[in-house]
Design a protein around this ligand. Sequence first.
Ligand code: HEM
Length: 187
Amino acid sequence: MAYLWLKVFHIVGVVVWFSGLFYLVRLFIYDVEASGRPEPAKSLLKSQYRVMEKRLLNIIATPGMIVTLVMAMGLLASDRTLIHQQWLQLKLGLVLLLILYHFYCRKIFRNLSSETCGWTGQQLRLLNELPTVLLIAVVSLAIFKDGLPIYSAALGLIGLVLLMILAIYFYAKKRRISQEVLIVEAN
Ligand code: HEM
């Protein structure tokens, strides 16, 4: 029974953590793109985004990560055989990447606050796809466990990454064209 409750809050933690991570990088994109706006809109938008980014990191994403990991430790402690299973070891490797991503987002936030962030909106859009890939991989491992067909799953993920890159490329092209049309119409 305790094991199932740990699993419930493990999954709740995952949902909260990911909602924070996904929205955080979206805010970074708006923040970076606000640099192209004229004053006073630029300063107003940027200061509002900084408040939202800080709250999202400290009140949603980080507590979500802590709950996920604490519940996961509880699950491992309740069933000592789990740690010897291959799917879990692979999952731990992917979760480590996710934790690094989380702390890297914190670094981007600090750089944005000191106006030293070198990322463009386009690069941040690509970066924002990384947690999606990790989410699909980790959840697939948690569900299929050692029955996951690793090679076909990896191929499927590579296909998905390519699709995401294409979608971002065409979206950027569409935005560029509509901006050019607006400039032509304004003149
Ligand atoms: C240190 C990190 C983590 C550890 C040690 C861990 C460990 C575990 C364990 C032991 C279970 C129970 C498996 C079972 O009862 O069959 C579980 C379930 C689950 N975990 Fe994690 N987990 C971690 C992070 C994550 C993350 C980051 C995600 C999502 C991205 C995730 C998604 C899930 C899901 C969806 C389940 C439910 C699977 C099911 O019951 O069928 N876990 N995890």
